[in-house]
Design a protein around this ligand. Sequence first.
Ligand SMILES: Cc1cc2nc3c(=O)[nH]c(=O)nc-3n(C[C@H](O)[C@H](O)[C@H](O)COP(=O)(O)O)c2cc1C
Length: 239
Amino acid sequence: MADVSKIIQRRESTRVPFNPNLHVSEGSVKQILEAVRWAPTAHNMQNFEILVVDDKKTLEKIGRIKSHISEAFIRENYQQLSSSEEELLKKKVGILGTDFPADWRDPAKLEKAIRESVPRPLKERIRGSPLLLIVIYDSRKRAPASEGDVLGFISLGCVMENMWLMAQSLGISVHILSVFSGDVVEKEVKRVLRIPDYMKIAFAARLGYPASKPPTHLRVRREIEMFAHHNQFGNYVLG
Ligand SMILES: Cc1cc2nc3c(=O)[nH]c(=O)nc-3n(C[C@H](O)[C@H](O)[C@H](O)COP(=O)(O)O)c2cc1C
């Protein structure tokens, strides 16, 4: 029990470059896939496929695909940023602005950042990772009466968490890359990896070992009494 809670608390996003020469062993990949295999899914529909990409040439091909950061992302991202650790500690939600380019966190420069945003190669997101796990959503495996397949999306979240916790327990760093599911990128990645048209990329995760020690970063969460209600909404558990 103690171990599970430690792994849960220590799991984190590692956004620094990974060492391309430090490979994730075949055994570790298998353990991660085994964890994915046992993920709960709505109606046990197992609505996913996983593509393990560790071939250098294929990684390079994917790395050349260009992604464009949307105006919506820059604007909505700005609304969630804290400008200092103190602010983030107080807000307990969102991300520290210093993780993003300076123009993205300055309201006076936001329009300029949007205007000047140009497509960048995915290699700048993959950052040397020797391994990508591409999680593919199979909408044909919808749970009964799951309107809009909300249950199916929740299932993919369970896949992500099982994958991430197992990697964490093996000392392997993970960084989720939602950019793979954006229309233009997805189309190109699907072409390179020969993913059938009817399938959708849910997300990709890059795995590996940091090229250098990642800086410690502030991780915040709401307190339990800020989100847990007892018997009636509004009766906070410890409030
Ligand atoms: C569905 C989902 C999509 C995410 N997409 C990205 C992403 O595209 N890029 C990224 O850097 N982090 C991504 N993350 C990681 C979150 O930003 C991160 O989990 C959150 O800020 C908490 O930080 P922690 O993982 O270090 O605890 C994603 C997480 C989830 C669950």
